[in-house]
Design a protein around this ligand. Structure first.
Ligand SMILES: [Zn+2]
Length: 431
C-alpha cells in the first residue's frame, strides 16, 4: 500500500459534531470481539462458517434498540437495516457496510482485548505472550498516538478490529443520528456482511434489495484513509502439452512438458514485474502454481496492475515467451487462457466523483488529513462497484490486520464515527 497525502487548507467552519456526545463504539466493539467469527477458506457453504451468524443475529436487536425497525438478517447472514430520512430534500440513499468475519490466518477465538490508557510512547509488550511486541520502528503510526487509549490483543489471537471496529463505528454513528434529530440526513442503509476475508463477502449481496445509490465500506486502516483504487486483475492458465513414452524407450520420442514449463518460467523477466520486485503503482505477473507430469504441465498466473490496459500488455508478453519456449521443443504445444478476475474500482468511482468528494470533505470538516491510498489487491467495495453500487473504502482505525499485533486507538474509532455522521450530513446539505 502507498500513501499520497493530499493537502487541504484548514477548514474553519463551525464544528458539526456535538462534542458532548458520549460515544458507544468502544463498548460495542469490546462486545463484538468476544464472538469468534473466523471465516473458512476451504468451505463451500454460505456463510463459510455458521459461527459468524452468532454475531450477525445479535446485531439485529441492537439495531432495533437504536431505532432501526426494519433490521433483519437474511438466510445467508447479511444484516440490513434502514435509518429513514428526516429531510424533505431528495437525497441519494447512502449505505455503510462492514464485515463481521475475521481472517482465518490467526485465531479469533477467546479474544482478550487489553486497553492501554493514555499511551506514553514506546514499544507495547503484549501481556500473555511477551515475545509479541508492537514496535514503534515497525509501526511509526504509534508516534501520532501519544495520549491515546490503544486497544491491543493479549498476544495470543488477532483482535478483530478488522472489521468489528467498522461495525461498532457504523452502529455508533446511527445511534448519534437518532439521538440528534436536528442533524438532517437522507435515507441511510446499513449492511453487515459475512465472509469478506475469504473473498466471498459480496457473493450473496443483494444490491437491489439494499437500495443504496452509493455506499462506503468502513474497513480501512489508518485514520484518514480513503481508498478509491484497487488493482485490476486477471488470471492466466497455461497448459504445456508434451508427449509421454515409457522412459526406457523414450529416446527421440518423449517430450517432457515439465521441462518446457521450467524453461518458460526461467525466461520470465528478472528484477521487475514480480510481487517480490514491485511496490506502489507497479504491476506484476506472478506464477502461483505449477502442476504437471511428462504429458501435461499446467502453470497458473495472476496478473495485476492499476491500469487495465497494462494487463493486456503483460499477457501479450507472457504469450510471446510461451511461444518462444514451445518453439524449442518440436512436437510440443501450449494452450493459453486468460480469465478476467476484477477491475480497478476507480473506473467506476470516476463516473461518480461526488462519492469520494463527500468523504474527503467530511474528513476536512472533522480536522482529519485525507490519505488517498491505492490497494495492491481487491476489496468487497471493488466488487460492489461493478455490481452497480459505487463503494470506496474508508478507514476504521485498525492496524496490523490478520495478526496478534493488531491494534486500534479508541480516539480513532470515535473519529471514524464522526466521519460517518458527517458524510450522512453532507449528502443532505448538497442535495
Ligand atoms: Zn476487513
Amino acid at each position: 500500500m502507498y500513501y499520497k497525502i493530499i493537502d487541504y487548507s484548514h477548514n474553519n467552519e463551525a464544528a458539526m459534531f456535538d462534542t458532548g456526545y458520549k460515544f458507544t463504539c468502544v463498548d460495542r466493539f469490546l462486545k463484538y470481539v468476544k464472538y469468534d467469527t473466523t471465516s473458512d477458506e476451504e468451505s463451500t457453504t454460505f456463510p463459510s462458517d455458521p459461527k459468524q451468524l452468532e454475531l450477525s443475529k445479535d446485531l439485529v436487536p441492537e439495531l432495533k434498540e437504536i431505532g432501526l425497525e426494519d433490521a433483519h438478517m437474511d438466510q445467508y447472514g447479511y444484516v440490513m437495516a434502514t435509518l429513514p430520512a428526516n429531510t424533505d430534500k431528495d437525497v441519494p440513499v447512502i449505505g455503510f457496510i462492514a464485515h463481521v468475519d475475521t481472517s482465518p490466518a490467526v485465531s479469533g477465538k477467546d479474544v482478550n482485548p487489553v486497553i492501554h490508557k493514555n499511551y506514553r510512547g514506546g514499544d507495547i509488550v503484549l501481556p500473555k505472550d511477551q515475545t509479541k511486541v508492537i514496535k514503534v520502528d515497525e509501526n511509526p503510526v504509534l508516534k501520532d498516538m501519544i495520549g491515546f487509549d490503544i486497544i491491543t490483543t493479549d498476544g495470543t489471537t488477532l483482535l478483530g478490529a478488522d472489521d468489528k471496529a467498522g461495525i461498532a463505528e457504523i452502529m455508533d454513528a446511527i445511534n448519534y443520528l437518532v439521538a440528534h434529530p436536528e442533524v438532517k440526513h437522507g435515507t441511510i442503509k446499513i449492511c453487515f456482511t459475512p465472509d469478506e476475508e475469504v473473498g466471498r463477502g459480496t457473493e450473496k449481496f443483494d444490491v437491489a434489495k439494499f437500495g443504496a445509490k452509493y455506499a462506503y465500506t468502513i474497513d480501512g486502516g489508518t485514520r484518514g484513509e480513503v481508498e478509491t483504487e484497487t488493482f485490476s486483475a486477471d488470471a492466466v492458465v497455461i497448459k504445456f502439452h508434451g508427449k509421454n513414452v515409457h522412459p526406457g524407450y523414450a529416446k527421440n520420442k518423449m517430450i517432457n512438458s515439465q521441462k518446457i514449463a521450467a524453461k518458460f518460467i526461467e525466461s520470465l523477466p528478472k528484477g521487475e514485474l514480480s510481487p517480490e520486485t514491485t511496490e506502489g503503482r507497479e504491476g506484476y505477473v506472478h506464477p502461483v502454481s505449477i502442476v504437471g507430469n511428462e504429458e501435461l504441465t499446467t502453470v497458473k498466473f495472476i496478473i495485476r496492475d492499476f491500469i487495465t490496459e497494462k494487463l493486456h500488455k503483460y499477457e501479450e508478453l507472457l504469450k510471446k515467451l510461451v511461444d518462444e519456449t514451445v518453439a524449442q521443443f518440436p512436437g510440443a504445444t501450449a494452450d493459453f487462457d486468460i480469465i478476467e478476475q476484477y477491475r480497478n474500482m476507480v473506473e467506476i468511482l470516476n463516473q461518480h466523483p461526488m462519492v469520494e468528494q463527500v468523504a474527503i470533505e467530511a474528513l476536512k470538516k472533522i480536522d482529519v488529513v485525507p490519505l488517498k491510498t491505492a490497494i495492491r489487491g481487491g476489496t468487497d467495495g471493488a466488487r460492489l462497484c461493478f455490481m452497480g453500487l459505487p463503494t470506496p473504502n474508508l478507514f476504521a482505525g485498525g492496524h496490523n490486520f490478520h495478526s496478534q499485533h493488531e491494534f486500534v486507538a479508541i480516539q480513532d474509532m470515535e473519529t471514524a464515527t464522526k466521519m460517518i455522521v458527517t458524510i450522512a450530513q453532507l449528502w443532505e446539505e448538497k442535495a
